[in-house]
Every structure is written in C-alpha cells, then in structure tokens.
Design a protein around this ligand. Structure first.
Ligand SMILES: [Zn+2]
Length: 171
C-alpha cells in the first residue's frame, strides 16, 4: 500500500495520468506531459494542452533542475498527519526547461515540498526566492514516488529574497 506520512495514498482508477506520474517518480524519473501538437511541456497534469487544446500527449523526462520562483512556509497542517512536520516550505520552482515560453513572463513552474538531504522539511532560513534546486523523490511504497525538491549545490540565480519575520508572521 502506498502511503505518505502514514496516510494511505489512493489514486482513482479513472486517473491513470497521476498514477503514471507517480510510477515514473517511483523509478527516479521526473516526467511531465508534452503536447504532441505544439510540443510544449505542461503542468499541472491534465487532459488537454492549455496552450493549443490538443488532446494528444506523451511523457517527457525533464531535468528536475530549476530556481525557486516563490515559496510559502506552511505553519498550519491541513491534516493531523502533518502535525509532526510543520512548519515546512512549499516552493514554486521554475524549471530550466521552457523558460520564457510562450511569453517572456511564463515558465514551467511546479509546486513541491522543499526538503533537506535527509528528506526532512528544509529550514525557513535556508529557503528563498532565487535559490537553485533539484528534484528529489519521496518513496511512497507500492512502486510510487513523489517528486519534491532540495537545494542544489549551484550558486543562487540572483540575490536571494526572503520573507522577513515581520512580514511572514504579522504581530
Ligand atoms: Zn499544445
């Protein structure tokens, strides 16, 4: 049985795309859907291309390397299972693939957890916009994996921007 933080992971039988996404991750592959018509990669997972509405697609392996575009520190767990891991950072990562497409303001941006080398939530002080990250996989069991991110050893892309304590937690 696949589980995360002790909670059973259930994927509906009519949702093969998410199961395949997690199966690839279970084998250490980070894949995204690539449109067979316009050849653009996309996320989140969906039936039709958001750029050209074509229905044909295939999985494409991506590097899993990117830059933190934005982030949030979650301090209130949405489920009792998260009680032991809060606070934890959720990052919006702009992948190296497909930057500035289809306009200069767009990119291939993926939400994920930011963890340390032990797979534990990364510290808030070590999280910031501009830092370089690489994909990492949590083992969910039953052949499934969950893509997430950890800091890479590359220098930050630009001066790192962080929420100040006063801004993140107003008095
Ligand atoms: Zn398309």
């Amino acid at each position: 049985m696949a589980e995360y933080l002790g909670v059973k992971v259930e994927i509906l039988s009519n949702d093969p795309e998410h199961r395949e996404f997690l199966e690839h991750a279970g084998q250490g592959r980070f894949v995204l859907q690539k449109c067979e018509d316009c050849a653009r990669l996309r996320y989140p997972i969906g039936n039709a291309c958001p750029f050209c509405q074509a229905l044909g697609w295939s999985w494409e392996a991506v590097s899993g390397r990117g830059t933190i575009y934005s982030y949030q520190i979650v301090t209130h767990g949405i489920h009792p299972a998260f009680r032991g891991v809060t606070p934890y950072p959720v990052v919006l990562v702009e992948l190296d693939e497909q930057r500035g497409v289809p306009t200069e303001y767009d990119g291939l941006r993926i939400l994920g957890l930011l963890v340390d080398t032990l797979g534990q939530p990364e510290h808030e002080e070590r999280t910031g916009i501009g830092l370089r990250v690489q994909v990492d996989f949590a083992d969910l069991g039953d052949g499934l994996g969950l893509p997430r991110f950890r800091l890479s050893d590359e220098p930050a892309e630009h001066p790192v921007w962080q929420y100040t304590a006063g801004f993140a937690r107003p008095a």
